[in-house]
Write a protein that binds this ligand. Sequence first.
Ligand code: ADP
Ligand code: MG
Length: 456
Amino acid sequence: MYDVWQNALAEIEQQISAANFSTWFQGTSLISSDHGDIRIGVKNTFYIKQLRNRYLDIIKTALQNNNIEVSTIDFLVQNTTKAKVRPREVTKNTLIADAKKRIEHVNKKLNTNINSFNNGLNQKYTLDNFVVGSNNDLAVSAAKNIIANPGTKYNPFFLYGGPGLGKTHLVQAIGNALVKQNPDFKVFYTPINHFYSDFVDAIKAGKGKEFYLRFQKLDCLIIDDFQLIVNKEKSQEEFFNIFNDLYQLNKQIIVTSDRLPSQIKTVDERLASRLTWAGAFDLQLPKFEDKCAILRAKAELDGVEIEPEAIEYIAENVNTNIRDLEGEFSTILLMSEVRGLTPLELIQNGAVSVNKTSKLHPTSPKQVVDKVAKYYQLSTKELRSKSRVSNIKTARQVAMYILSKDLKLSTNKIATEVGVKDHSTVIHGIRKIDQDLKLNFTLRDQIEEIKEKIYG
Ligand code: ADP
Ligand code: MG
C-alpha cells in the first residue's frame, strides 16, 4: 500500500508546483483500496475540501496508472493535529534557553565559513532555504544558470521587485554558492549606498586608484538596492567604469533594485540601458501556497512546530510581503511561548489578529467612488460617465480596483457602482491596475493616498 501511494505521489509531484505539492500532499497516506473504493488519509479536515476540489482527477489518474482500480475516493482525517507546544510555565530563563536552542539549531544548519567575512556575504542566505514558488521561479532558474556559468548568459543579472520579496536573499545566495563551489572565486556584495560612502572615503584618503583596482580584481560584483543611486556625477561615473571593465572581462555583475532602471530619475541613461542588456527578472508577491511553503520552511529551519492551520491563517492574512510574513510568524511563536498556548490556540482564542493587507474600516461602495472621484478632481457623475478621457478612465479603474480588493464586491456589483455596462469591463479594469501597479510607482502612491482618504 505504502509503495503504491509513494509511486502515485511521485507522479503527482511531476504535475503540480513544488509549493502545492508540499502544501497539499505532504502527510497524506493511502489507507485502503477495496474494489475501487479508495480511502486516503489526510492531516485535518481543511485538506479534504482542497484535495477534493482541486486534485481529485490528478489523484485518480495517478492511482490508475499504478494499477489501482478507482471508482470512489474518500478522504479521512488521521491523527488529528494535537497541540504541539505544551502549555507550561514560562519564565524569562526558559525563553532565553529556548532562544539559545533555536540559534544553535540554525547555526548547525548554516555550516559557517569564517574566511568569507569580508566579502559582504551573509551565510544565512542560501538557495537551499529560498523557497521556490510561482512568484520567483524564473529568477531562481536564472540564478542557477549563473551559478553554473557565471559571466555568460545572464550578465548583468538585473533583479527587481518591491521591498521584502527576497531580492537580497536571492543575490546573496548566488554569491554564497559561487564561493562554495570555488573558494578562489572573488565575490563582493555591497548595497549601492555603501559603495558610495566607501568611494568617498577612498577619495578623501587619496586612495581612489586602490578603490578602483580592488573592484577590478573581482569575479563577481553584487550591487544591492540600486534604486538608492545618487545623482553625484563622480561616483556614478566610477560605478559606470567599474561596471564596464568587469563586463568586458566577462565577470558576473548582479544588481537588484525596487524598480527598473528607466524608472530611477537619478540614473544616467547609458548606465540604465546597460543594466538590462541581458533582461530583467522580477520577484512577485507570493500566492497562498507559496506563503505556506515559506512558513513551513522557516518553521523547520528554526526547529519549531506549528499547526498547519496556524500557518494557513498567517498566509491568508499577510498580503504585503515575505518580510512581514516572517515577522508575523515570529510574533505568534513568541506569544505562544509567553502565553503557554499553541499558535493555533492563540489564534482561535482571538489573542492575535494578523491583518497585513491594508487598513480596512467599514466603508460603503458609494463612499469609495466619491472619494476616488474627488481625488482625481472629478464629480461622481463624471467618474460614472462613459467618458474615455484618460484620467477619468484611470479614476474609474482605480475605483473598480479598490471595490474589488478591499470591499470584495462582485464584478457585477462593481459594474453598477461605477456605471459601466458589463462585468468584463470591470475585470479588464482591475487587471489593468494590477498590472500597472507592478511598475508604476506614482500610481502606487496615488492609491495609497486615496486609501488614506477613504479609511483614514
Ligand atoms: P528584499 O531584499 O527584496 O527587500 P529580502 O531578501 O531581505 O527582501 O527578504 C525578506 C525576508 O524574506 C528575508 O528574511 C528572506 O530570507 C525572506 N524570504 C524572501 N523570499 C524568500 C523565499 N522565497 N524563501 C524563503 N525566505 C524568503
Ligand atoms: Mg534587500
